[in-house]
Structure formats: structure tokens, C-alpha cells
Design a protein around this ligand. Structure first.
Ligand code: NAD
Length: 353
């Protein structure tokens, strides 16, 4: 039986398909933008210039300033440069770091944002950003930052290194899996989440086998869109809390941490989310936690926290932090259970409830 639910639609235009980056001038025109500043990372400056070329007279300059975690000084510099250029709109080109910086500029200036994502992080669908000030991370949420238009062009992801693609895809996978048992889950988000899991589970092995596999790349980006969209609609639970603790307090890398923790968070939560996780079982072809663990094995990603910079002596403190201010989770967060979960994740053991 369908339970009562609330769904708030998030407005936004999505243009998906190989070669769609060439529609950027038309999409900017539809947004009423005639002077767009293009925000990207130094490593993707060439992509920024290419997009400026496609934008034609509607592109006024490239700001290749983005780095991980949006330091506030960089955001201030990007605002200064965008203002100096007389920009009346922004294009974010790249992964979560480029999109995060463009969001911070959109928040400060109120300029409309068009995003062209090149990873599977899903940030382009949400209205929040994590900025850092003197090493402290702060999450800000404001609808002004949600991109009005998103262009998903799988061809732009062909050059994303395979190892990065795998962990980035598992980052997207985590948004979708956790959305199934989120408190705000509804029939629409659950449908989208299941489809996201299926698309990523098909796409990632294909890209692992051949980085430029067109179908695989399209499936991954399609899954990333859906998983970002559900992330924008529902609150997150235990898995995301653990990743925020491990990234925020111990400096572990974002996508790799999601990849390692996900099977364990799912196994822990399963006893209280049996029905919700059946959609994940179906999409993955077996018990979700085990299937995710095995998928990471096939994709050659890290599987153990000890391999991505965690110290065994920090596990107790990580468990304390996660249990002290937990996010809502279907299975309540108990310190002893979390410590055991972290132990399994640390050594890369198979997940257990
Ligand atoms: P990233 O944006 O830092 O990209 C990693 C590296 O890959 C960068 O050097 C980038 O230049 C390069 N790169 C990106 N796309 C490429 C491509 N197609 N080809 C070649 N190189 C490419 O990594 P990410 O995982 O996309 O983003 C992580 C950040 O996003 C974190 O700071 C995280 O907190 C944030 N994030 C935010 C949200 C949100 O909703 N606000 C959601 C997910 C992630």
C-alpha cells in the first residue's frame, strides 16, 4: 500500500545527450544570459575554453580557479573576477569542485547558473554547497545556487580517468541507495533511485572495461543525473554522516570514502529498511550490501579505509563523532554498532549487519 507522502518538485531544465555541449549558446539565450563567466578547475581550463567557444558572444571569460572544498578566499576571488568581467550569468564546467565554486559565486551575486558536469558527483542537481574557511567546512543551502539548466554531455566524460570514474560513480550510487530509505523518500524518488542504481551498475563495469565506451558513459551520466536529483529531494542518513565525519575530521578523499563505506552502511541499516532496500536488490541482482561490495571488487576501487588514509587509532574517535550527532537513520545509530561497521570498513572485510 502506498503510504502518505509529500513531494516538492525542483524546477530545472535538463538537456542530455552526446554533443549537447554545443547547445550552450542557445541554452544561455533561453536563460536570458548574454555575458557568461565560465567557472572550472585549472586542470580543465581547456574544457572551459572549448565551452567559451561554443558560447560565442555569450561567453565573456574563463575562471579556472576551482579547487576541492571551495575555500572562501577562492570564492571571493571568483566573485571579483566575474564582477570585473561584467558577467550576467555563470557556467560551471567540471566536477563537484567547479560546480561548488560556481554555486558560491551564484550565492554571492544572485547570477543564474548553468552547469555542465563532467563527473558523477550529482552536485549540479542540488542547492547546497560546502565551503571551507580556515579548514572548517560549512554547508550552505539556498535555492539561488541550484543550476537553472544542466547540460549532460557524455562525450565530456570520456577523458575522466577510469579510477576516478569508478569512485565518482559509487559516490552517485551512494546518493541513490541512501535515498531509498531516507525519511523523506516518496514513490517518485524511489523510482528514480532504483533506476539510478541500475544505470550505474550497468554503466560502471562497461566504462571500467573501456573508458570511451559511449553507452557505458551515457548510462553512468544518466545514473548520475538521477542520483543527484534524489539527493536534492531527500535528506541523507547514516552513510552520508559517516562520510562527512571521515572527510571532514580525518581528511579522507570524498568519492573514495563513499565507495568504501557504502556496503557497510547498507548492511548496518538493512534490518530496519528491508522493504525499501528490495529495490536496490533488484537493481543490483542480489543482496544490496553484498552486491555493492562485489561491484567495488570488479571495478578495482579501494575497499578498505586503511588504503585511503585512515589510521586505525582514529576509528574510536570517528565512531564517537558519528554517534554524537547522528543524521536520522531507519536503524538507530548505536556507537558499538558503528564502531564494528568502521572496523569492517577499515580492514575491507565483507559487510555484516
Ligand atoms: P572534482 O570536481 O574535485 O574533480 C576531481 C578532478 O577531476 C579535478 O581535478 C577535475 O578537474 C578533474 N576532472 C573532472 N572531470 C573531468 C573529466 N571529465 N576529465 C578529466 N578530468 C576531470 O571531484 P568530484 O568528485 O566531482 O567533486 C567532489 C566535490 O564535490 C567535493 O568537494 C564534494 O563535497 C562536492 N559535492 C557536492 C555535492 C552537493 O550537492 N553540494 C554533491 C556531491 C559532491
Amino acid at each position: 500500500m502506498t503510504r502518505p507522502f509529500v513531494h516538492t518538485g525542483q524546477p530545472g531544465r535538463v538537456v542530455f545527450g552526446a554533443g549537447t555541449v554545443r547547445s550552450v549558446a542557445a541554452e544561455l539565450e533561453a536563460l536570458g544570459v548574454s555575458r557568461a563567466a565560465i567557472v572550472t578547475t585549472p586542470g580543465q581550463a581547456r574544457l572551459g575554453n572549448e565551452i567559451a567557444g561554443h558560447a560565442g558572444q555569450r561567453g565573456v571569460g574563463v575562471l579556472p580557479l576551482a579547487v576541492m572544498h571551495v575555500p572562501v578566499e577562492i570564492a571571493a576571488e571568483a566573485v571579483t573576477q566575474a564582477t570585473r568581467l561584467g558577467a550576467d550569468g555563470l557556467v560551471a564546467a567540471g566536477g563537484g569542485s567547479a560546480i561548488g565554486l560556481a554555486k558560491a559565486v551564484a550565492l554571492a551575486t544572485g547570477l543564474p547558473l548553468l552547469a555542465i558536469p563532467t563527473t558523477y558527483s550529482g552536485s549540479e542537481m542540488t542547492s547546497n554547497v560546502g565551503t571551507t574557511d580556515g579548514g572548517e567546512k560549512r554547508i550552505v543551502s539556498d535555492a539561488k545556487m541550484r543550476p537553472r539548466t544542466v547540460i549532460y554531455d557524455p562525450e565530456l566524460t570520456y577523458g575522466l580517468p577510469v579510477a576516478v570514474s569508478m569512485t565518482s560513480g559509487m559516490n552517485g550510487m551512494a546518493h541513490a541507495v541512501e535515498a531509498l530509505y531516507a525519511r523523506e523518500a516518496n514513490p517518485l524518488t524511489s523510482l528514480m533511485a532504483e533506476e539510478a542504481i541500475r544505470a550505474l551498475a550497468q554503466g560502471l563495469p562497461a566504462v571500467h572495461a573501456a573508458a570511451r565506451n559511449a553507452e557505458g558513459r551515457a548510462a553512468c551520466l544518466y545514473g548520475a543525473w538521477l542520483s543527484g536529483a534524489v539527493l536534492a529531494h531527500v535528506g541523507m542518513a547514516l552513510h552520508h554522516k559517516l562520510c562527512h565525519v571521515l572527510g571532514g575530521s580525518f581528511g579522507l578523499p570524498h568519492a573514495e570514502t563513499h565507495t568504501v563505506v557504502l556496503p557497510h552502511a547498507v548492511a548496518y541499516t538493512r534490518p530496519a529498511a528491508e522493504m525499501e532496500l528490495r529495490r536496490a536488490d533488484q537493481a543490483l541482482g542480489g543482496d544490496a550490501a553484498t552486491a555493492l561490495f562485489e561491484l567495488t571488487g570488479r571495478l578495482g576501487t579501494p575497499r578498505a579505509l586503511r588504503d585511503i588514509g585512515m589510521r586505525e587509532t582514529d576509528l574510536d574517535r570517528a565512531a564517537d563523532l558519528a554517534a554524537a550527532s547522528p543524521y536520522w537513520n531507519p536503524r538507530p545509530v548505536a556507537r558499538a554498532g558503528i564502531r564494528a561497521l568502521l572496523d569492517n570498513a577499515y580492514f575491507g572485510r565483507r559487510p555484516t549487519a
